[in-house]
Design a protein around this ligand. Structure first.
Ligand code: NI
Length: 172
């Protein structure tokens, strides 16, 4: 396994790309998933999309296990949300591509999902709570959408400017 560099703001060009479905789960996908997982654990974070390491493929890894708990990695390819609840919930979200910035985001509280698992088998799952939020956040990445797109324009422009300024100052 190897650690991969994570693309962060202000590099929106890559983060805004729409990722393409994979044709199946082959050894290349499995290797990328392992590297993404290691990169996510090291960061540390609870979810990572392939585009965040510069690969425009519809692949995610998620692990909501807390520090000290046994790891519970979820490998997801080609996810499709087939149902979203009308009930909404608020979570304070963050993103490894937008370091040290957190903001409340409102999303459907529950979803149903179709995807390919680690073995390339078609699966369906129902997700609620943090898992529902995390899946929606990561699937957004596959469509070039960032969590700051769900907050006010003023706040979004402010955070993007902050990263542009930090880059100019050589702090990124
Ligand atoms: Ni993110």
């Amino acid at each position: 396994m190897s650690l991969l560099p994570i693309v962060t703001l202000p590099d929106e060009k890559i983060l805004r790309e729409v990722s393409k479905p994979v044709s199946g789960v082959d050894s290349h996908v499995k290797k990328l998933w392992e590297d993404m997982l290691e990169t996510m654990y090291r960061a540390p974070g609870i979810g990572l999309a392939a585009i965040q390491v510069g690969v425009p493929q519809r692949l995610l890894v998620i692990d909501l296990a807390k520090d000290g708990e046994a790891k519970t990695p979820l490998f997801v390819a080609n996810p499709e949300i087939t149902w979203s609840s009308e009930v909404l919930s608020d979570y304070e979200e963050g993103c490894l591509s937008i370091p040290e910035y957190y903001e409340m985001v409102t999303r459907p509280a529950e979803i149903r999902l179709r995807y390919l698992d680690r073995q390339g088998e078609a699966q369906e799952m129902h997700a609620a709570g943090l898992m529902a939020t995390c899946l929606q956040h990561e699937i957004d990445h596959l469509n070039g959408v960032l969590f700051i797109d769900h907050i006010s324009r003023l706040k979004r422009e402010r955070v993007i400017k902050k990263f542009q300024k930090a880059q100019k100052l050589g702090k990124l």
